[in-house]
Write a protein that binds this ligand. Structure first.
Ligand code: 5GP
Length: 178
């Protein structure tokens, strides 16, 4: 079973749901006069986006982008756009939904790209934030949980494409990636 590979559960399913309700209410209030384009970054944001949007009670559009920068437990620093959005975001408010902000390189690149498409505003909602690892000076406007410098898996986050389907965020046992 997948749980046998988990050393420690950091954030439970119930805690994630509770936080998504709070974030959804905040986002609904902040964007009440706008119809934001909510862009999920594949694949890690999918479970978080699915939970979060249940609690966003305003008109919005959903889009997805795929960017890649990681292999194994280390970022290779080179952010590649694998799938771009295929609609115009000119003069629209964009909210990027991300699984985790780590070095910040991915978000910096994605924000730059979205502003180059003439978005009116680009903000970020991330399930997790690992501020100790930041290299680029960038912050998410909405953060689910701030976590210590540990490699986490579950609720969208993978190790070599596995563990995304765990319904909580946990730390992988060392023997699983050695
Ligand atoms: P950044 O560009 O901020 O360094 O990295 C962002 C991406 O790296 C995230 O979207 C995620 O895919 C991956 N990442 C960063 N930290 C972790 C982690 O602790 N666990 C997993 N599974 N992925 C991570």
């Amino acid at each position: 079973m997948l749980i046998d590979d988990v050393k420690e559960i950091l954030i439970t399913q119930e805690e994630i749901t509770r936080r998504c309700k709070e974030l959804g209410a905040q986002i609904s209030s902040d964007y009440k006069d706008s119809c934001p384009v909510i862009i999920g970054l594949l694949k890690g944001s999918v479970p978080f986006m699915a939970e979060l949007i249940k609690y966003i009670d305003i008109d919005c559009r959903l889009e997805f982008m795929d960017v890649s920068s990681y292999s194994g437990t280390e970022s290779n620093g080179d952010v590649r756009i694998v799938k771009d959005i295929d609609c115009s975001i000119k003069d629209l408010d964009v909210l990027i939904v991300e699984d985790i902000v780590d070095t910040g390189k991915t978000l910096a690149k994605v924000k730059e790209l979205l502003y180059s498409k003439d978005a009116r505003s680009v903000k970020v909602c991330s399930l997790l934030d690992k501020p100790d690892r930041r290299i680029v000076d960038i912050e998410a406007e909405y953060v689910g949980f701030t976590i210590p410098n540990k490699f986490v898996i579950g609720f969208g986050l993978d190790f070599n494409q596995k563990y995304r389907n765990l319904p909580y965020v946990g730390v992988l046992k060392e023997e699983c990636y050695k």
